[in-house]
Ligand binder design. Sequence first.
Ligand SMILES: [Zn+2]
Length: 423
Amino acid sequence: MDSILQRIDDKEADLIALTQDLIRFPTINPPGEAYEPCAHYLGERLKKRGFDVQYVRAHGTPGDSDQYPRINIIARKKGGRPGPCVHFNSHIDVVEVGKGWTKDPFGGEIADGKIYGRGACDMKGGLAASIIAIEAYIEANPDFPGAIEISGTCDEESGGYGGVAYLAEQGFFAKDRVDHVIIPEPLNKDRICLGHRGVWWAEIETHGHIAHGSMPFLGDCAVRHMGAVIDQFEEKLYPALAEKRTDMPVVPPGARQSTLNINSIHGGQSEDYDGLPAPCVPDSCRMVIDRRFLIEEQLDQVKGEITKLLDELSENRDKFRYEIKDLFEVQPTMTDKEQPVVQAVSSAISDVLETQPDYVISPGTYDQKHIDRIGKLKDCIAYGPGILDLAHQPDEYVGIEDMLDSAKVMAKAIHNLLNGDQQ
Ligand SMILES: [Zn+2]
């Protein structure tokens, strides 16, 4: 094993150049820029190392068009002997740049041992580290058992439908093909992420009656009705959610309970008028809510809690009428610590970093949801370099030392998994 770790140290320059090259593809989503050249760049590299490479366009998924095709890459290399398949999945998309940068977001600049750029930690640094880990492993073990796969997928930041979900539907994440999955999301090099909380997004609309703004008593204000909804949330819902604590080791600890965000609220006239607005009583107000729930909760109870408050308002508040519409839902997931991939990475962390791993749960979801729900693969975790809090921030970076360390952990984990040696 020591020779593989040495090989990874020797590949430092390659790791840096690979990370910089990946950052320089501005794979911003939405709209889904530069997926094709980024996928081909990965494919060309892996083909040279003997991988079978497939490009899969997620036709007909949200956002897919000839201008912005959802091109995913899957590379597979079979070993010389039978054995299990270890798959590393990374998303190639990044979120918008946003304000506040002091570095070029697509420059891949290096300063103080860090590589800067949008996507540096989330998650091109993790993708690069996994490729270096795999290449070093294969060079040291050309006759390895089983198979190793790498995928670079689209649209994780917008739900993963043109990426992992599509590939899972096509059978790329299925028991007859893949045994163990590692997703190198930026969770820190000594932490194993077992899963995530659940999500329910919904839109609540309150109805009113339009009238002249100088005579609001002739109308019925939908925004005031929504104000009553928010009062109910403040009085009853938020205190109840704060009471719901979980045994899931969610990080940061503030997310170790049920949460609700009000994503947006809009009532009355649109804001994009020129000059002055017209005086009208709003006849509609819409609010989008983002409820994150725990493995101890059931989705129908989560929904019922809110419809109960709304139904009470319908009974007690004059003229209160509402509609509620589901927008999106994901069940919580948590991989068992006894699963082989958890054991293999845990033992690799203690060997390489000489520390015991922390087990964590992500506050938000990521592509594990599709691998779990569609692919029915339960042996899946997220493990990768980078600091989660930097994701989506200005001056995002990934530490070079962290990438090298986590590449060593990944190489050791591959060895453990392919040889059935998790201890
Ligand atoms: Zn990510």
